[in-house]
Design a protein around this ligand. Structure first.
Ligand code: NAP
Length: 333
């Protein structure tokens, strides 16, 4: 936890009382806590609670339920999303109490590593893939049949989830990366076409494999990629922007975009409308049950484990841009 914000040195390991679940709430014994860039950014930002436990994502086992909980029971394996959004209690602790809505069953075949890798990346990717005019607004096998999805940065955590979800939904998936190691990861995630955006003419290479252009662009770096996106987005397509990597201010070629009725959609996972968020959770759950979402190097997402007492190192690893997924081992399985 931390009671002042700043660099990772503000994180302290302390003993706290085990919280009781209230009506509609679930207490989870956390096994794995997933780390995302948002977790170190929040730790560095304004202090919103006198004491804050970091990390939005996690996975574990239901330990107790409050009155009115019907969807999960003690002993169930579950994954958790947005544990620390608007609340002081994230997943980097042994027990966390959350509203039932944020506690999702994890099938037996799915690891806690996968469960703790889902929340922020998969729900963000789902939103990006469901904001095109004309749909789809849900993901399932066939939902993106005949569509082309361009994922900028396919070796990133969100990029990896976008590739896997888009493949599950039937899209042709093109992705950009900065070098050969990331290319191998993007291919392992399931991308059909992987293009190095740092060499040659990436727009021409994308057009060569997707002559009609990309119906959906999942964009991590809207400023440096503005010209590329304008060159390769299909008519009625959408550029779904979820980050500001490479710069916050974007210069757009309006003529190029409005002649094709291209839409820019901005995505912040926390403020996605409730119905869309519920749909995303349900679809991600279905993808996990189908075995379509995976974690680990063989799925293009190398895992990096840290013990709970080294949560600060886990945050620093994410901040330094480690490739793959950083996980905190909170308790034995
Ligand atoms: N809006 C939201 O709700 C939301 C949700 C999740 C994450 N985010 C933000 O999104 C960013 C990425 O998160 P993450 O967890 O996926 O991080 P990550 O695992 O570090 O991935 C970021 C990826 O972006 C790639 N990238 C950077 N510049 C690029 C460019 N010009 N073209 C193509 N790829 C580029 C990087 O690879 P190379 O540099 O090697 O190309 C890297 O693979 C973070 O800033 C995070 O805070 C926002």
């Amino acid at each position: 936890m931390y009671s002042e914000t700043g660099d990772s040195g503000v994180l302290r390991l302390t003993d706290r009382p085990v919280p009781e679940p209230g009506p509609g709430e679930v207490r989870v014994r956390v096994v794995r806590s997933g780390v995302n860039p948002t977790d170190w950014k929040a730790r560095r930002g304004a202090l919103r609670h006198p004491e804050a436990v970091p990390n939005q994502d996690g996975a574990g086992v239901v330990d107790a339920t409050g009155p009115g909980v019907t969807g999960v029971a003690p002993g169930d394996r579950v994954w958790l999303w947005e544990a620390a959004w608007g609340r002081p209690d994230g997943t980097a602790q042994e027990y966390v109490v959350l509203p039932e809505r944020q506690v999702v069953p994890l099938p037996d075949g799915a690891s806690f590593d996968l469960g703790a890798s889902l929340g922020i990346p998969a729900l963000t990717a789902h939103r990006c893939l469901t904001v095109r005019e004309g749909g789809p607004d849900r993901l399932a096998p066939g939902a993106l049949d005949g569509r082309t999805v361009l994922v900028a940065g396919g070796a990133g955590a969100v990029g990896n989830a976008a590739i896997q979800l888009a493949r599950w939904a039937g899209a042709t998936v093109v992705t950009t990366v900065s070098g050969p190691e990331k290319a191998a990861l993007a291919r392992a995630a399931g991308a059909h076409h992987v293009i190095n955006y740092r060499i040659g003419d990436p727009a021409a290479e994308i057009r060569a494999v997707a002559p009609e252009g990309a119906d959906i662009v999942v964009e991590v770096a809207p400023a440096p990629n503005a010209a590329l996106d304008a060159a390769v987005t299909a008519p009625q397509g959408v550029v779904a922007v979820y980050s500001t990597d490479g710069g916050n201010d974007v210069t757009l070629s309006v003529w190029e975009l409005f002649t094709r009725n291209i839409r820019y959609q901005f995505v912040l996972v926390y403020t996605v409308p409730e119905a869309a968020k519920d749909a995303a959770v349900a679809d991600v759950r279905a993808a996990v049950e189908a075995g379509a979402l995976r974690a680990g190097e063989e799925a293009g997402l190398p895992l990096h484990h840290f013990p709970l007492e080294r949560t600060a190192d886990a945050h620093d690893a994410v901040q330094s841009g480690v490739v793959g997924k950083v996980l905190v081992d909170v308790a034995p399985e």
